[in-house]
Design a protein around this ligand. Sequence first.
Ligand SMILES: Cc1ncc(COP(=O)(O)O)c(C=O)c1O
Length: 400
Amino acid sequence: MTHPNAQEIIEKAKDVLVRTYEPQPVVLDHGEGCYAYDTDGKKYLDFAAGIAVASLGHANPAILRTLKKQAARLMACQASYATQEKLEAAQLLVDNTCFDMIYFSNSGTESVEATLKCARKWAYDTKGPHCNEIIAFRNSFHGRTYGSASVTEKRMSQPFFGPYIEGVHFATFNDLSSVKALVSDKTAAIIVEPVQGEGGLTPADPAFLKGLRKLCDEKNICLIFDEVQTGFGRLGTFNSYEAFKVEPDLAAWAKGMGGGFPVGAMAAKRKFGSAIVVGTHGTTYGGNPLACAVAATVVKQILKRGFLSNVRKVSGVLFDGLKQIQRESNKITEIRGMGLMIGVDTNTNCGDLLKALQKNGLMATKAGQNTLRLTPPLILKEEQAHEALGIIGKTLKEMD
Ligand SMILES: Cc1ncc(COP(=O)(O)O)c(C=O)c1O
């Protein structure tokens, strides 16, 4: 078979793939570390990383070793079986977080579903069937299956998928009084992203999260953090709740957890996690030995000495450099985010900016209405941060 060129792949894909995303003008072929290469051999500094997924970079040797070894040993078994790999991953996660119990899934949306079901089951058992409402936030994003889509504000503009699950109310992010106004004896849970990702890289005010914690304690409500984008080192702490010094009752994880391999989890404090009992929830693939072996490898890499301090260091380099570019050009209007989850608002069209950056060798993504999102691998080196800043500065200048 002759190798089709990029244009052929793009055209054929339009025909056979359901159109969930805008087609990209390049076809990625392979990656190494913080760089990705297209089928024409062009090299890109990858500041998308699968949207905060390839946290250890592409073709990470430790992940490759684990995949090879575990794939040859045992890839799948009935989810009801405990395996050494599942136990090791769960134990590592429990030992290094505030949580007591882990439920493995395969994606962010499944992890969110698990937290919603767990919180509702806990509320049903302890407070009664009437207690089934969830408070979520405007500009939130929690996924695309029905539960997670129901707590995602975008449902407002997608009536064609209705009816969504009932009893979801949307408060204003970073506005505690708007949450208090929605709380009633029907409130089972509050779900929040510590840094709103898809909504535009907006960090929570630490006082807001502390206020949510206090409110949930006072009213006996389950507090859920959606850490799908913020977790696993992305903010320079292992989990983002550490950066905010507020512990949730449940957390949803995915993305960086597998460094590119699909794996997610719900993490739970025992009081809440024990609400899920045999026959109430489960998954065929979740917790499979291959995914768990990879997750354990990723966790061990993140916890290695110097890993998280590198995230904080290169984050500082990027924020400082972006501020410098902002001073020098009239293009950047706001810089937001934390760690290696950075949003840059510009007065140019983000779609045009992304294309121009891509042309100049930097891959990134868009979030919110018009925000440039930078989520590079967490192994980014200082010189690569400077390389990215050089490309961003040059590109914005070219767009003058
Ligand atoms: C905060 C958050 N939650 C949930 C999801 C859904 O994850 P997935 O696409 O793996 O289902 C995402 C994906 O972008 C996310 O950013």
